[in-house]
Design a protein around this ligand. Sequence first.
Ligand SMILES: [Zn+2]
Length: 324
Amino acid sequence: MRADFHPHGIYLPEIELWLDGAGDCPNNWISHGHVDCAGEAQGRVLATAETLEMCGADSARSTATAYGQPLDFRGATLTAWPSSHMLGAAQLLAEYGGERLVYTGGIKLRAPLCGAETSIVPCDRLILEATFGLPIYRFIEREDARRRIVEFAAECLGAGITPVLLGHRLGLGQEIAHVLCEAAIPTAVEAPIARFLPLYERAGYAFSGWTPLEDDGAGGKAIVAGRGARGRREAAAKNIRVAYVSGWASLDNARARAGAEALIPYSGEADFGELTALVEASGARSVDLVRGHAEAFAHILRSRGLDARAAAMDGARGGGEAEG
Ligand SMILES: [Zn+2]
């Protein structure tokens, strides 16, 4: 099955479907809520119900796809499967002409703190996000992340210090807030993260007792905020300690770059070991790698005898250190 890689998205010409396309894409699969699909093409948007809501898709031109429910589309069969990247995130299986193509979008094998766990989907051709495709990236399991988030917050509060936990504003931010609320730790949540909490609540995740973060700080509470919020917090409350929850936290220099005292290397993306395991378990004969360390990871896969290549998508939307 042919796949064309453009700066503004991936295109499957035989079935006229874009994958996470930007701009004028008549039929567009959106893998997860980090992809902005509001106010763009006039065509049809396909995604899970959670993703459609997160990315602000126009409901009149949207088709919600439930996990595991096949959909006939231009002679192909499309099926969404969970990818653990964040609530509602999905891989797309496209079956066409006897061939199975999987586009992962953001994906990991480790269990998420909120959302469905990844199903590994057997395929012939795999298009995989390789954001952390170098052996230096090694992340911790969900239970370790949960424990370290709670311990960090509890220790700070016990010492009269305000804990600030930094995570991506959509995905990890809500997951951190959920963990703290479950542990009955008083929690203040910054507005860009809090605005998505009702969506998570409707999906069955509880957030009891949180309060909106006010500009004058949050004495006696753990603060959940996006990266970059440290400066504002310091101005509001001098006595703080910062923990950074991210895949980037597995790097030695992450402490300085995030301004964090504590690093919790837990991510919505796969680390190197997960990426390698995913490729092997998929059984794919052909692997295209997008984003992040695509070139390096393609080289590593080829050295193991796999047909793998980095897709040329310079300037493609999403990605970068803002995620992960
Ligand atoms: Zn993402």
